[in-house]
Design a protein around this ligand. Structure first.
Ligand code: HEC
Length: 463
């Protein structure tokens, strides 16, 4: 099942990049051996095995070289052969001191690995090898807060729009324990009841545009961040029950694009066009540490549910896991193509989902740092991804759609009726509803099992 699905996704990719006629699944003898012979055979053949590797038979590839098997059925990025030839990650780029193998050939190798390493056209292919166990751990899902979360304050109505058209939805968050959804706008974030879709009121953000929203893991605190592009960036922490501001943090030189609060509510991470992640101490507002590994706008940042790790991703595709306490030992995760648009940790911390610019959803096993599964979610780029508590996912894309996936990447349903891109997505606390915010400023609420749109959340109305 998995292998087949991977193959379909990869085969579409091949078809698109090469316009190739190969309708059948690529196999070793006909498609892969000729490529390897030509580009690698000079140094990796039976009588000359550089690094112990012989690429001229499938058995030899599976046996591999000095560092172990060169190919593993399933995700190409987990196979050293593909990583070396696609110049991904820590492997020495191959062939050494020569141009990279053409993209069309790389795509064929990727499709062959995804399709289960078929030897000949008659071969059915191997099932994806289970490299990592990312089954949902029920114990690690955590318990909710002791006191139920209810908004007791009377919140003011949303700020009226100054222009005829609403801003695209660039911030959206669902409370993990209560029927509450927050939608960011210009000058405030609006809270909705996620079951009925009714509007509860607005939490003001006079600092500018709200570009990042997160509820704390406890559900008790709402983090709002944003600012004014190229001028200033700020964040505030709001008590969800009373609507009062607990802390105000950050003094950035540009708008904040991504933000998160640590599970123990002691740290807040802010990131954006400065190509940095600045982590502030909530207690006194000082900077605890700064992550400087990114080479482009940082578009996503999130603490792991156990609070030990901070994930951060940028527009160039840099994806790092750092120690959340002090930002030390940043680890680069390989495999992102087209930039990181969004990340979300699964509630039990055993999986990290990443939305990528080339249209995929990647699911990493974070301790090993390898891809556990990967699928094409949106043809023109995946813009957002979020987990439900039970491990299902919702994604948004540039193709005006939002899709719900089972944990293994099988499509459950999708919603239409969106305009342009679905920039932000979320799941309600009970997993019954999914939300997608689009380019035209509308948030659609849809039932996550069959995709029927039940509500359109209108955040602001023109004055
Ligand atoms: C000019 C010789 C040469 C060519 C051509 C070449 N390699 Fe290599 N390869 C080496 C050498 C030398 C090493 C070991 C040193 C290193 O890792 O840089 C190596 C190591 C490797 C390894 C690591 C094996 C292990 O288990 O440690 C892989 C994988 C690999 N090559 C794949 C390829 C692929 C795929 C191609 C063709 C696209 C290729 N190589 C082309 C010389 C070559």
């Amino acid at each position: 099942m998995r292998a087949k699905q991977f193959f379909i996704a990869a085969a579409i990719a091949v078809g698109l990049t090469t316009g190739a006629t190969a309708k059948e699944a690529p196999n070793y003898e006909e498609h892969i051996l000729p490529i390897l012979r030509e580009s690698c055979g000079q140094c990796h053949r039976t009588d000359k095995t550089s690094a112990g590797l012989d690429v001229t038979s499938l058995a030899a590839l599976e046996r591999g070289g000095d560092s172990g098997p060169a190919v593993v059925a399933g995700v190409p990025e987990n196979s050293p052969l593909y990583r070396a030839m696609a110049h991904i990650g820590s492997e020495s780029p191959m062939p050494p001191d020569s141009p990279k193998v053409a993209d069309a050939k790389l795509a064929l190798v990727a499709a062959w690995i995804s399709g289960g390493l078929r030897l000949t056209s008659a071969d059915a292919g191997k099932a994806q090898k289970q490299l990592v166990d990312i089954a949902v751990d029920p114990v690690a899902l955590g318990r909710g807060p002791e006191k139920p979360i209810e908004v007791t304050a009377t919140l003011p109505p949303p700020t009226p729009l100054k222009s005829a058209r609403a801003l695209p939805i660039m911030a959206l968050a669902a409370n993990p324990w209560a029927p509450l959804v927050a939608v960011g706008g210009l000058g405030d974030a609006v809270l909705f009841d996620s079951t009925t879709g009714s509007r509860l009121g607005a939490v003001p953000f006079p600092q500018g545009e709200v570009r990042a929203l997160r509820f704390s893991r406890s559900g008790e605190v709402l983090l709002m961040a944003g600012g004014k592009p190229a001028v200033s960036g700020n964040a505030v922490l709001v008590d969800v029950r009373t609507g009062t501001i607990i802390a105000s943090l950050g003094d950035e030189f540009d708008i904040v694009l991504a933000a998160d609060i640590s599970p123990d509510q002691s740290l807040v991470a802010l990131a954006g066009p400065e190509k940095l992640v600045r982590v502030y101490k909530v207690a006194d507002g000082t900077v605890a540490y700064t992550i400087k590994k990114h080479t482009d706008f940082v578009t996503a940042v999130q603490f792991s549910p156990d609070g030990t790790t901070l994930a951060s991703g940028d527009r160039a595709g840099g994806l790092f896991l750092s120690a959340a306490a002090d930002g030390s030992s940043p680890r680069l995760l390989d495999g992102v193509v087209g930039g990181v648009a969004d990340v979300d940790w699964r509630r039990d911390g055993r999986a990290l989902a990443v939305a990528t610019g080339d249209g995929n959803v990647l699911v990493y096993e974070p301790t090993k740092g390898i891809i556990a599964s990967k699928w094409k979610a949106h043809e023109n780029g995946t813009t957002a991804v979020a987990y439900a508590a039970d491990g299902r996912l919702v994604s948004g894309g540039h193709n005006a759609s939002s899709r719900v996936w089972s944990a293994d990447g099988t499509k459950v349903c999708e919603t239409g009726g969106l305009v342009g891109s679905a920039f932000r997505v979320a799941f309600s606390y009970d997993g019954k509803h999914a939300f997608a915010g689009d380019w035209s400023g509308v948030v659609r609420q849809f039932t996550s099992d069959f995709g029927a749109t039940s509500h359109e959340l209108t955040q602001q109305s023109p004055q």
